[in-house]
Ligand binder design. Structure first.
Ligand code: IMP
Length: 199
């Protein structure tokens, strides 16, 4: 069975990616499960650049296929912040409960039509003997007026999707994975992965 190492320390992402790859005949490992303990300097200015940086950084530590994701939230009212800085925004060690409250505060009294936002995810697939490939997925939504839901991670409690009239933290994992930025990027990447696995 082939192994795929997911180039992230973010458990929330790993849980989602593992679930979405369940139907493939592959063993999905986190970096720590693969015995890789490195800090990667994500100094790209686009999601794709950062995904490639993360995937390629692991190449010298493993012969497995590497899957990296770089994702974030763009809020139109905040000039598309936090964008590629989503993980570091408002302090690397600030809890998301506080970050989400601070964002809600910044958007206090802003009407719904100006609260538009999107999650973006770029995925990169790398392996020693192939050219790194990327895919991108997005989901459009808006910043709600209060946090809702306990599923997911990060900014999920304040990211609302009109069609479902609730936040991505208030959705079951299967629904979020079906409609999310990560789900869409991974769906495209799975096609590429299948080709590689079939050799
Ligand atoms: P990075 O891709 O590890 O640099 O970090 C992405 C950051 O964007 C995460 O730490 C979250 O803050 C945010 N983010 C990305 N995807 C999601 C999601 O599906 N739900 C909530 N927050 C997300």
């Amino acid at each position: 069975m082939q192994t795929i190492v997911v180039a992230t320390q973010n458990i929330g992402k790993v849980v989602e990616i593992k679930k979405m790859l369940e139907d493939l005949n592959v063993e999905v490992k986190t970096m720590s499960e693969a015995g890789i303990d490195i800090d990667i300097d994500e100094n790209g200015i686009t999601f794709e650049e950062n995904a490639i940086i993360k995937a390629e950084a692991l190449k010298k530590y493993t012969n497995a296929i590497i899957l990296a994701d770089d994702s974030g939230l763009e809020i139109d009212y905040l000039n598309k912040e936090p964008g590629v800085y989503s993980a570091r925004y408002l302090g690397k060690d600030t809890s998301y409960k506080i970050k989400n409250e601070m964002i809600l505060d910044k958007l206090k009294n802003v009407p719904k039509e100006k609260r538009t936002a999107r999650f973006i995810c770029a995925m990169a697939l790398a392996a020693n003997d192939m050219r790194t490939v990327t895919t991108r997925g997005t989901i459009e939504g808006y910043i709600g007026y209060e946090a809702r839901g306990t599923n997911g991670f990060g900014y999920d409690p304040i990211f609302f999707v009109d069609e479902y009239n609730t936040s991505t933290a208030d959705m079951c994992a299967d629904l979020k994975n079906e409609i999310s930025h990560r789900g869409k990027a991974l769906k495209q990447m799975k096609e590429r992965l299948k080709e590689i696995l079939e050799g």
